[in-house]
Design a protein around this ligand. Structure first.
Ligand code: ADP
Length: 156
């Protein structure tokens, strides 16, 4: 079985992320969306909320699993038997950053392959950072978020 890990912060999970998972389902048997818990990274939404949103997005898709993790992504791949890391690319900036991470991961464990999926044009401007700004300052964020991602909770 081909299992891909899709790691990220997902603060919050956007239509861009959703698109990458859906494309991943065309390539792999199972996609594990792994919400990273990074002590040094302060998020707007807590881990439980971020996981709940993603689970809701895929409640009718048994080939998507949602989980949390901390520590090295490559180690977590071994824990869930993922032999691929799925990441999305929007811009050349994403590429430079992702390439660096992928090279180090390949050094750490060459049996896990990084696979990059291009963002659709309409999602290239969508980032969690911009959406957090919209949420904070009362902008219309709804077009960029899946329906399941309801901002009814008070940001932490
Ligand atoms: P991280 O903190 O690990 O970068 P993110 O939640 O910001 O986590 O992103 C997770 C993955 O989703 C990354 O591979 C990122 O490039 C990708 N991604 C983010 N936004 C989009 C988008 N709009 N279209 C396609 N991929 C995206």
């Amino acid at each position: 079985m081909r299992i891909a890990l899709f790691p990220g912060t997902f603060d919050p999970f956007t239509n861009g992320h959703l698109d990458i998972v859906e494309k991943g389902l065309g390539l792999f048997d199972q996609v594990v969306v792994a919400v990273g818990e990074n002590a040094s990274k302060k998020t707007m939404f807590d881990l439980e909320t971020r996981m709940k949103w993603i689970s809701k997005c895929f409640e009718n898709e048994p080939r998507v699993k949602v989980t949390q993790y901390s520590g090295l992504t490559i180690q977590f791949c071994n824990e869930v038997n993922a032999t691929f890391i799925l990441r999305g690319l929007r811009t050349i900036g994403d590429f430079e950053y992702e390439k660096q991470i992928a090279m180090v991961n390949a050094d750490l464990d060459p049996s896990v392959q990084s696979v990059f999926v291009l963002s659709e044009q309409k999602y290239t401007a969508v980032s969690s950072t911009v959406i957090r700004d919209l949420i904070l300052h009362g902008g219309n964020y709804a077009p960029y978020l899946p329906k399941a991602v309801t901002i009814d909770v008070k940001p932490v």
